[in-house]
Structure formats: C-alpha cells, structure tokens
Design a protein around this ligand. Structure first.
Ligand code: SF4
Length: 599
C-alpha cells in the first residue's frame, strides 16, 4: 500500500537462552504522516518491538521470523553499515532516558551540529547552526543562541526532552520512534511535549510511533492505537473507534483501569477521620545556600516558604506541584530529616524540631518516609529479611523470635511470600521492591506514612494494586497518609484534602472535590488541564496550558510568583503590587489572596 511507510509482518523474537517467545507473530503498519500509539504495561514487549524496528536486537534475544519493511527496504536483510545510514537520517529513535542521550562534556548545540554535519556534509557549519537555531525555535526554546552553548547538566528534564526531539528531527527523518518519552516528566511539561509533537509532526510530516503505558496520554496524540500484552498485539484500531468500542477483553479491562478523573468518585480514606491533628505545620521556611562558580559566592534558594497546614488523624493529605516546587524539601522537613529555618512542626502535639537524639529515634518510629526509587531505596547486597528487620534492630529489638514473627507478618501483609526473605532483592520487580520498602516501614507500626512520589515509577496496574494495599493497611494499622506527588490522577483518587505548591509556597489548599471541580488559582487550573484523562476535562488546555517551566528558585519573580508563566498577568502582578498570603474563600478552601478571581 502506497501510504504505508513501515510495515511489520509476523515478527517473532525469542530469548535463545530460555526459548521464551517475547514478540509473538506481531504485524502492524505505520502510515505516512500519522502517529501510531503503542500501548502496553511493563514487560509487554513494546520496547523490544520498538528497538527491533531498527534491527537493534542483542543476544540472547534473536529475531526468529518475520519481516520489517521500511520504504521498500527489508530492514532485517540490511548490513550493519546500511542500517547505520538509515538510523539517525531517516529513522530516529528517542529512548526513555534523556539524561544519557548527550555527552555531558560538550555543549548540546555543538553535539547536534556534529550530527547534522555528518548527515549533510554538503552544508557549511554556519548553515548547519542556523538550521539548528530554527529547530530550537520550533520546539519553543526561549533563548536559542544561549541554549546552543549550554551543557546537558544545565538543562531541566523538559528542556532536555525538547533538545532530544531537536536532535532526532534535525536530519528530517521520515519516522520517529519515541519510547516512553513523557513518563518521567511533570504533567504540565508532558502535556507541552505532546502538543509540540503534534505540531512538529504536521510541520515536518514525520510519521511517529509513540510508545507508552498510559492510554490517556497516547489517546491525546495517536491516530491509531495498537495494544500489546505478553508480546502480542491484542487490538489495533483507529483511536476514536478503540476508545468508543473496544472489541477485546484485554482492551475493555485496560480502558476500565484508566482513571476517570472527573467521572469517578474518589475512594478516599477507609477509616473515619478523627478530630485531633496528627501533624501541625506552622509557618515553616527553609533556605539553602548553593555555592556558585565564583570563589566565596553563593546564592540562596528558598525551597520552602511560610508553609502552614494541619493533618487530621486518618486523613489522606495530598501535596502536589511540579518538580522543583519544594515538595521533596517539605517531605524531608515533615519526616524530621532536616529542620526548618523558621516555624515549627508538631507530631501528636509535640514539636519535632529541636528534639534530642533519643527522642528523635523514638518519634521517627511513629512516622516513616517512603521514597520514589524502588531500586535506590533498598540495598542490593542485603537479604530481604535483613532489609525488613533492620529498623526493628536499630530500635533495640534483640529477641530473634519476635523479629522473625514481625518480619513474617509484614511481608505477608504487603502481599509477598515469606519464602523470598532469604534472597537478595536483585530479582524483584519494581512493584515487589516497593512492597519490601513498605514492609520495612510497617515493621515499626508507624502512625504516619509520608509517601514521596512512592508510586511514580510504577505502571498503572501496579499503582492500582499498591493503592489498594495502602487502603487495607490504613484499616489494619491505623495509618494517616501524606501523598506527595506530581501525579494528579493518583492524588485525586485517594486524598481528602490537597495542597498545591508552587516555588516553595502553598498557593491553594482545598477539599478534593472543590480543588478538582472549583479551583481558584490559575496555576491549579494549569495543572488540572494537563491531566491526560479519558473523561471530559473541565479545564481547557487552550486557555490554561502555558509554555515554559517554573523559574529558577534562586530568582523568584517579584510580585506574584506565578506571574512569569500566568496566562493573565497584569502590570500589578509583575510589579509586586499584590498580596501573597493564603486567605480563606469558603469552608476549607484557601487561596493566595492576589490570585482569587484571576483569569
Ligand atoms: S495574581 Fe496575576 S500573575 Fe498571579 S495568578 Fe493572578 S493574574 Fe496571574
């Protein structure tokens, strides 16, 4: 067919060590100038399939049968040097690790320039630089000449993803394969990247294969969607048809699992919220001094500023915002890993800042912090038993029988088998590791669990399982949760009240229903309009989704801190003629005074 630029026929990939078939009789077509979404959970085979499209299959994996045709070329029959000519020139591949994509020792612009000159030796260096600067403009870099000379470490996650898109578009490829490129980004930046890809696809007429585990995200961009499970394509249809009338049970279930942010009611806490405050946070601030390149010179970063809130016992409290908004500093202050410069925090009516070592140890037993990275947060060289029992031993438990019983109890509580406790964690999946991490926190029977992006690196199915586990545990262990996250869909599902942070401050705080249906601050609307959901989003992204990222926290704008990104700033907002303090606008609903009735 003339309009097909890439076709895969009956592809099979086998692990030659185990004889396991990883890609099983897969056939699909990519149409010219169209976007094909490839959806699957972790382990479904989508990345192996994507890499095989450029014959990037390494032993023990082997393509055991099938054909891949690109524009008349049989990819699997091409020699290595012929493939190398195609990849980068006609087919570009963007992986899901933006950090490793550029050499850290060279400016990004210089690296893209080298690539362009290698692909088009007929153009001069000056012409090549002009082409790159123009492409920088297409991806909406604010200051193209400055960006050209910057090193990879100077780029934020969103900027780096744009630079990689420039790198892959610079040779004007016919096909772009984008593997999970929005997974690690904040919702606002991910929404910007999706909008950008749509614009670029039209401008450059590139055909795109967009791979993700999130159906909501893919449905925003793809003309067709192919669903993968266990190495097979389950269903492959036009996006609107697939969403309206899924044929296969797997797709029906998958659609059912995609959270409907506005249609579905949140699940919230499984216990009655009590009247006493388990945590009180009063006007806390934290400033870091960061040294600059010049000797004896440093700049101040206001990581947390004048933050106050209270959390009731058994309430699920959410804190949301983009990367760099101060959420992680706040989580360290709440868990008493650091002390605020100003203000105080009370846990069970007792101030936790300024406690002596023994008191700190005693209080820490009662509240635990669970971090995001399931690989970094548990050591690989210790047995699972030792990892889970360690907090008990640190807190003075010596009786081996008690330790054994407690480890068995928590391991089974988190849905793992006690038999695994003798092994090292290296063979565990991300979800299983996070369960070990939860078991380690539970063994001290905490009253408060602070979950700092704990579910962010897990796929949708695993997230749903762990949320169910958290609910069960809340009942059995009488736990209060603080969910700190950039995932607004997850927070909507489980939190009773939610605080929105921007540049170190809380700018809005409200009950779940109020925040998602009747928020007041333009920044909250920006966050909400970016959620990739399948139900109707009441916040129009045309109106609220802005370009750019939060400013450098060492250089916060005067006046309203949101003024550099706000779609509706007035001169007063920019000149500092506005009151930046939370005021109550209705029962339980607090907003920055200057941002009431903005936009
Ligand atoms: S005060 Fe001004 S800049 Fe801040 S949110 Fe309102 S309109 Fe935007």
């Amino acid at each position: 067919m003339e309009n097909i630029i890439l076709s895969v026929k009956n592809l099979q990939i086998t692990n030659t060590k185990t004889n396991e078939v990883l890609i099983d009789d897969v056939s699909l077509n990519l149409e010219k100038g169209k976007i094909l979404g490839l959806i699957g959970q972790s382990g479904s085979g989508k990345t192996i399939l994507a890499q095989s499209l450029i014959n990037w299959v390494n032993p023990p994996l082997k393509i055991t049968s099938g054909k891949i045709n690109y524009n008349g070329f049989e990819i699997l029959n091409l020699k290595k040097n012929e493939i190398s000519k195609l990849v980068g020139r006609e087919i570009s591949f963007i992986g899901n690790n933006p950090v490793g994509s550029f050499d850290p020792t060279l400016p990004v612009g210089v690296q893209i320039l080298e690539k362009l000159l290698a692909v088009k030796p007929e153009i001069s260096k000056r012409e090549a630089k002009e082409i790159i600067l123009k492409t920088f403009e297409s991806v909406k870099f604010p200051s193209t000449r400055k960006i050209f000379d910057e090193f990879p470490f100077q780029f934020s996650g969103g900027m780096m993803q744009r630079a990689i898109i420039v790198d892959s578009l610079i040779s004007n490829p016919k096909i772009m394969i984008a593997d999970n490129i929005t997974q690690s980004l904040d919702v606002t930046i991910a929404a910007q990247i999706l909008r950008l890809l749509n614009e670029l696809q039209l401008k450059f007429d590139t055909s795109i294969i967009f791979i993700s585990s999130l159906l909501g995200t893919v449905s925003k961009i793809a003309n067709n969607i192919a669903i993968m499970d266990k190495g097979k394509i389950i269903e492959n249809r036009i996006t609107s048809d697939l969403l309206k009338d899924p044929k296969e049970n797997y797709t029906i279930n998958l659609l059912g699992e995609v959270p409907k942010v506005w249609k579905e009611k949140p699940i919230l806490t499984t216990r009655n919220i009590e009247n006493d405050n388990i945590l009180e946070v009063n006007n806390i601030s934290k400033i870091y001094k960061v040294s600059e390149r010049k000797f004896f010179s440093y700049k101040k970063i206001q990581a947390v500023k004048e933050v106050s809130f209270t959390i009731k016992r058994f309430e699920n409290f959410g804190i949301i915002g983009e990367s760099g908004c101060g959420k992680s500093t706040l989580s360290r202050l709440l868990s008493n890993l650091e002390s605020p410069d100003e203000g105080w925090i009370k846990f069970n009516n007792k101030k936790i800042s300024g406690l002596k070592n023994k008191e700190i140890l005693e209080t820490r037993k009662k509240f635990q912090l669970l971090l995001q990275d399931p690989y970094g947060c548990i050591p690989n060289h210790k047995s699972i038993f030792n990892i889970v029992s360690e907090p008990l031993i640190i807190h003075g438990e010596k009786n081996k029988n008690i330790i054994n019983q407690k480890v068995k109890k928590v391991i089974e509580e988190v849905g793992l088998n006690f038999d695994i406790t003798g092994s090292l964690p290296s063979g565990l999946s991300a979800g299983q590791r996070q369960r070990v991490n939860i078991a380690r926190a539970l063994i001290l029977e905490p009253e408060l669990l602070i979950l700092d992006e704990t579910l962010s690196s897990l796929d949708q199915v695993e997230q749903a399982k762990l949320l169910k586990l958290f609910q069960d545990l809340q009942n059995r262990y009488e736990i209060t949760y603080v969910f700190i996250s950039h995932d607004l869909t997850m927070v909507r599902k489980v939190c009773n009240r939610i605080a929105v942070m921007y540049l170190g401050r809380i700018v809005e705080l409200a009950e779940n229903e109020t925040l998602y249906n009747n928020c007041e601050h333009p920044y909250t609307r920006t966050l909400l309009c970016s959620i990739p959901t399948l139900d109707e989003n009441p916040y129009d992204s045309e109106k609220y989704l802005m370009e750019g990222e939060p400013p450098d926290p060492s250089d916060v704008p005067i006046g309203c801190s949101f003024s550099s990104r706000c779609p509706f700033p007035t001169d007063d907002c920019k000149n500092g003629n506005c009151d930046m303090e939370l005021i109550k606008i209705s029962e339980g609903h607090w907003v920055d005074k200057c941002c009431v009735k903005c936009g």
